[in-house]
Design a binder for this molecule. Structure first.
Ligand SMILES: [Zn+2]
Length: 118
């Protein structure tokens, strides 16, 4: 169901509406100012958010960014570009780790390739 944390979109995808806390955490991970991605309402995913079984944090874009930076799978510039335009390519569904406690969220995760800022 839609609420202030997520919005169900036509076609079955889900916009994870960025919270204030997530914006701060993303800005910190990437060492950028929050206003530089103020147009981004939220990332568009193939499934709804889940709470971390360990600490209760809701899965968020901040987790994907922290995971990507930690594993070195994407450059900082690449991730910043995604914040502005959304992902340019599909990704295979993959695991996701909680950025707060390190626990793995259950299942696999994938995003929709469309302009997230729209
Ligand atoms: Zn956690």
């Amino acid at each position: 169901m839609s609420n202030e944390m997520q919005e169900l979109l036509p076609g079955g995808s889900v916009r994870w509406v960025l919270s204030k806390e997530e914006r701060q955490s993303i800005a910190e991970s990437l060492d950028i100012e929050e206003h530089t991605f103020s147009k981004l309402k939220g990332n568009i995913m193939t499934r709804t958010r889940e709470a971390c079984q360990e600490c209760g944090k809701l899965s968020g874009l901040d987790d994907f960014i922290q995971n990507a930076m930690e594993m070195g799978v994407h450059s900082r510039d690449f991730i910043i570009d995604v914040l502005h335009h959304g992902p340019q390519a599909a990704s295979p569904a993959h695991g996701l780790q909680c950025s707060k406690c390190g626990e793995h969220f259950e299942g696999v995760w994938a995003w929709e390739t469309e302009d997230w800022a729209q």
